[in-house]
Design a binder for this molecule. Structure first.
Ligand code: COA
Ligand code: ADP
Length: 580
């Protein structure tokens, strides 16, 4: 029997020919971006049933280069439809036809917006995920959308606030290249083959032209053929049509020891006489220069131009730090994530993303086994890799938002969880993220009480049917080092998911992923543990019922929200989009 096939899945296979390659005989990334965009667009249109345009493509890391004669396999499918936009996930691999081996090249997430005949905004039909993998992608797509829409502000904030550390690198190559020597300017006329049947330019074509000018700028710094390693978020700010002229400008913003950042900016205009130009896109690309052994070569030092050049030089350093931190946090496999990740203000968006994503991945798992059931409470277990996870759930007569606010406040947890002695709010990161230091009653092997430093990240539903989520994970904070009076405990991934069943009726699920250290204890004492979870959970129900009508909980939350500038909207207690 054929396994489930996603109706939006589009596959594309391309044989890499000499006409697709660069000077190094490798597939040009511009060509690959065109194929990715086409496959993703066809997948989006299959779901939307009407033409779609590329709104953005998230950061891409290229793991391998692809040589002439090899086959590129691209798989695209819609992960989630929001209102008029969809997230399409694209997986790119390549295959060596001579030995049949396959390698992953990159993963890309593109957002497409459906465009109707009139200018009215299209309302897409929802996508219903079927498999565990589809459910995980669907759930996490909401997190990625949140990051994407805040991307410009996030980067701006981080770049302004992060101190730029001088690079103490020994460069054997002392050549200094003035930035202006790397400047490129190039124009393209948009012709029918560059556009869809409605005359809108293909996003992939623009990305390919951008990659082309960026490569020229990079080559001018190193006088060699560079290799593109990463691209940072393409955001198409506005459309361009057949007949438009596109002006591409690129320059090397900064050269580090082994990599350089090139910035590209695209503007559109219609007539030579037109003075005002439309800003279409800006992107930043990181290149390396590989020697004959495939090792990165040391690059010359870049001397930035004064004014904008110096600003871009500093911003490129800040972006490099953010890129490395983000890669560390978001690309780790779940089984390789350290128990506590170091908290860093400049990395808060990705740590929060990672916290919520780990919980959402656990929630979407399909193999939960019912371990214990009473008339009120059900407990499930899940064994996977080195981990044992526990899920315990019940239905409580309480409004879901009220339960969400009560359970995300760790300072009140001692009212129902006997393991908690107290929780001190160490840092209110933003309205949805808090760091607490928790003191637990559990006595460690060292005969000392335990303490934890925990990041709490909470999310309201993105659309109807989504749960409210409160995720917990350990972080390390330089201001709160281990205290000799306590044993510092660590928690991997835990939290609540709250589903609205009806008005005043909420399904409350608590998830807990055991660390390998406590796993033996848990498997040996599963019966005792069930009864301990059971009694704690019943106490939790009593706590929720006792406070179900307490208006001060919402008021307190409102005053907290008013501290953060992005939450001044009157609906900051309503779900995150208008789809409910
Ligand atoms: N990344 C992903 N999605 C984005 C986005 C971004 N940076 N900016 C906006 N969107 C999404 C919004 O979330 C919204 O989705 P939803 O309806 O599912 O909630 C959708 O785009 C429309 O947003 P809206 O605020 O109504 O419109 P806008 O004025 O921000 O326009 C575009 C968004 C994408 C339609 C507009 O910028 C555009 O036309 N860009 C050019 C698209 C194009 O022609 N691409 C091909 C190459 S030029
Ligand atoms: P920013 O200046 O904040 O980086 P822009 O959108 O103006 O943002 O430009 C994006 C990138 O495009 C710049 O970082 C730079 O690398 C490149 N760029 C912008 N303007 C020019 C120009 N006139 N000549 C060459 N490159 C440019």
């Amino acid at each position: 029997m054929e396994s489930h096939r996603n109706a939006t899945e589009v596959q594309m296979s391309q044989l890499v020919l000499p006409c697709h390659t660069n000077y190094r005989g490798e597939l040009s990334i511009g060509q690959l971006l065109k194929w990715i965009d086409t496959a993703a667009c066809l997948s989006a249109e299959r779901h939307a049933g009407c033409p779609c345009v590329t709104a953005s493509v998230d950061d891409i890391y290229f793991e391998h280069t692809i040589s002439v004669g090899q086959v590129v396999n691209i798989k695209a499918k819609v992960n989630r439809a929001f209102n008029s936009s969809m997230e399409v996930g694209v997986q790119v691999s390549y295959e060596d036809l001579c030995n049949g081996e396959q390698w992953n090249v990159c993963k890309a997430y593109a957002t497409f917006v459906a465009q109707g005949k009139s200018n009215a905004k299209i309302r897409l039909k929802p996508l219903v995920p079927q498999t565990e993998e589809e459910k995980t992608e669907y759930s996490i797509a909401a997190e990625r959308r949140r990051m994407r829409l805040a991307h410009t502000d996030t980067i701006k904030g981080l770049v302004t606030n992060s101190p730029v550390q001088p690079e103490h690198e020994n460069r054997d190559c002392n050549t200094v290249v003035p930035a202006e020597k790397t400047r490129v300017e190039s124009v393209e006329l948009i012709l029918p083959p560059h556009a869809n049947h409605q005359g809108n330019t293909f996003g992939g074509q623009i990305m390919a032209w951008m990659e082309n000018v960026a490569t020229i700028a990079a080559s001018r710094l190193c006088h060699a053929h560079p290799t593109l390693k990463t691209i940072e978020m393409f955001h198409f700010r506005g459309p361009s049509q057949v007949g438009d002229r596109l002006l591409f400008k690129a320059i090397v913003n900064n050269a580090f020891k082994n990599s350089m950042e090139v910035g590209v900016c695209v503007e559109a205009y219609r007539h030579e006489m037109e003075v005002s130009r439309r800003h279409i896109n800006s992107a930043f690309m990181t290149f390396v220069v590989l020697d004959a052994e495939g090792q990165p070569r040391t690059l010359p030092v870049l001397k930035p131009e004064s004014g904008d050049g110096e600003r871009r030089f500093k911003e490129a350093s800040a972006r490099k730090k953010i890129r490395l931190d983000r890669k560390y946090v978001t690309s780790c496999k779940q089984t390789e994530v350290p128990l506590s990740v170091p908290w860093d203000q400049s990395n808060k968006v990705y740590l929060s993303y990672n916290n919520v994503t780990a919980l959402k991945t656990l929630v979407a798992k399909a193999n939960w086994v019912l371990a214990f059931e009473t008339d009120k409470v059900r407990m499930y277990t899940l064994e996977e890799d080195k981990f044992l996870s526990i899920r315990i759930e019940m239905t409580v007569c309480i409004d879901t938002m009220q339960a969400f606010l009560l359970l995300s406040d760790l300072q009140r947890r001692h009212e129902w969880d006997q393991h908690y002695v107290n929780a001190e709010l160490v840092q209110q990161v933003d309205k949805d993220d808090m760091i607490y230091r928790v003191i637990s009653q559990t006595i460690s092997d060292e005969n000392k009480p335990q303490d934890f430093v925990i990041l709490v990240s909470r999310r309201k539903p993105c659309s109807k049917g989504d749960p409210y989520v409160v995720a917990f994970r350990s972080v390390t904070l330089p201001t709160h080092p281990a205290d000799p009076e306590y044993t510092r405990g660590e928690t991997l991934c835990s939290g609540f998911c709250l589903w609205k069943e009806k008005d005043e009726l909420t399904k409350v699920s608590y998830y807990y992923q055991a660390t390998p250290a406590v796993l033996t204890y848990i498997t040996a004492y599963i019966a005792g543990l069930s009864s301990s979870f059971h009694s704690t959970f019943l106490a939790c129900e009593q706590f929720l019922l006792k406070n179900k009508d307490d208006d001060s909980v919402r008021l307190q939350n409102l005053s907290l929200c008013s501290l953060s500038p992005d939450s001044l909207s009157p609906d900051n207690l309503s779900p995150d989009t208008d789809t409910i």
